[in-house]
Design a protein around this ligand. Sequence first.
Ligand SMILES: NC(=O)c1ccc[n+]([C@@H]2O[C@H](COP(=O)([O-])OP(=O)(O)OC[C@H]3O[C@@H](n4cnc5c(N)ncnc54)[C@H](O)[C@@H]3O)[C@@H](O)[C@H]2O)c1
Length: 325
Amino acid sequence: MKILVTGGAGFIGSHLIDYLISRQHYVVCVDDLSMGRLEHIRHHLQNSHFEFFELDILNGAELNQVFSSGKFQCVFHMAANSDIPAGVQNMNLDLQKTFLTTHCVLECMKNNGVKDLVFASSSAIYGKSYEPLAEGDGPLRPVSFYGAAKLASEAYISAACEVHDLRAWIIRFPNVVGERATHGVVFDFINKLRQNPGRLLILGDGKQQKPYLYVKDLIESILFVWNNSSGDLNCFNIAPSDSVTVTQIAEIVVGEMGLGDVEFSYTGQDRGWPGDVPRFEYDVGKINALGWKAPTTSAQAVKIAVKAQLREISCATTSGNNCRW
Ligand SMILES: NC(=O)c1ccc[n+]([C@@H]2O[C@H](COP(=O)([O-])OP(=O)(O)OC[C@H]3O[C@@H](n4cnc5c(N)ncnc54)[C@H](O)[C@@H]3O)[C@@H](O)[C@H]2O)c1
């Protein structure tokens, strides 16, 4: 198949591209490199089944050009703002990068007759839910502009399925960790501890508790859902069935870094920052019933992610940025 991946130079998008190319698909990647990195896709640049366009999706005319020459059979829309706290400070960020990118992609799909869309949504659409919510549950009350922009994107996709005869797979990711991560709690803890190995300031009270999904499990689940559900609008929660607290993550990081006595201190509130969801669990019965269960637990995923990041740091230190992950 000929597939467009937006945000393909990012953390998750680049793993998706590795997977699609390994399954013999022809992949076109669009990314403005605002958060993504060229080294995440460098190993495909000479591949005749891969093309990369450094392009802002909001540049509708250029994106339309990519669509009209591409004749895609499916679009995987991964591009978005991935810095949720930054989006709380700057209300424009998620409007542009998380919502309007989706709008532009939908418009180009309509203009070029592309019918299939796989969309990276998020558990953030649920907001502070104290009960595990399933895909059809509501009301949905996001607590960040990022979550609001993902929910608005879902709403536009739903309308486009009806009005433009699209088929869509909306997949609500939890926190995702693993190789090539450029943000998130594991990334932050390692960076803080490299600067000060004796002390770690943890945002919140450390009791925030969420599921963490290993990035390679996520990619498998996306492809599984895409291949095994065929309604017009297919919506799935994805996560492992367990969770870890932020303090447990800090302990895993300290252990993997081989540090002895690290003093943990806390900023104190129940959430890390305005827009953070302190506790989260959602119902993954639908994807489990379809036949997919995360093989890696949250704690195992965090451990893999810590090891990977330490390897990446050591490789970058010894050989510049010339590492193949
Ligand atoms: N990482 C997670 O824990 C997580 C959780 C839930 C949902 N998601 C979603 O998964 C997707 C991928 O996330 P990620 O963690 O890989 O983030 P990322 O920042 O690594 O990847 C997003 C990519 O989109 C690109 N991008 C942003 N705005 C663009 C624009 N206007 N034009 C072109 N490219 C643009 C960035 O440069 C980046 O490469 C996002 O949609 C994100 O919201 C991620």
